[in-house]
Design a protein around this ligand. Structure first.
Ligand code: THU
Length: 160
């Protein structure tokens, strides 16, 4: 037997203003999108913005439903829209931000497991990493270099 360590590196920025100009602008779009989330049940509003290699940006926010599981997270709204509108165009980055109507969110909010799995599909398909930037409403911003880093042992079509 052998033991194996799985490690990955993230970059931690003290705040939004420490990001590169491009990344800051992308996160600003996620923040603007967050304000338009439809989240009457949880009060937890999430915004996402996807940057494509052709310069386009596609936004998304969470869309809840009275039948709770029928709603969808911001990340998947954004990435599916990118896939629908710009099929085959490489996705470079996704910026994500969350805020709550009930408390302040000062810590980065990571994408849920379902969203990581959905994003991984695009990353594997395009054979190029998708950078993931995420934050709360204020405070630090975390940057991961690839979706696969955030989902070790991810499932992809190579298993089928
Ligand atoms: N949510 C997202 O939009 N993204 C995530 O990665 C986690 C959760 C949404 C789903 C639901 O509308 C609300 O946040 C509370 O879970």
């Amino acid at each position: 037997m052998r033991k194996q360590k799985i490690e990955f590196e993230i970059t931690v920025y003290e705040s939004l203003t420490d990001l590169s100009e491009n990344d800051r602008q992308l996160m600003e779009k996620a923040i603007a999108s967050r304000a338009k989330a439809y989240a009457p049940y949880s009060g937890f509003q999430v915004g996402a913005a996807v940057a494509l290699i052709n310069g386009e940006v596609v936004i998304g926010n969470n869309q809840e439903n009275a039948s709770y599981p029928s709603g969808l997270c911001a990340e998947r709204v954004a990435i599916f829209q990118a896939g629908a509108k710009f099929p085959g165009i490489t996705i470079e980055s996704i910026a994500i931000t969350a805020a709550s109507k009930n408390h302040s969110v000062n810590h980065p909010v990571a994408p849920c497991g379902n969203c990581r799995q959905s994003m991984l599909e695009y990353e594997v398909r395009q054979t190029a990493p998708i950078r993931v930037l995420f934050m709360g409403e204020n405070g630090e911003v975390f940057k991961c270099n690839a979706v696969g880093d955030m989902l070790p042992f991810g499932f992809d079509s190579s298993f089928l």
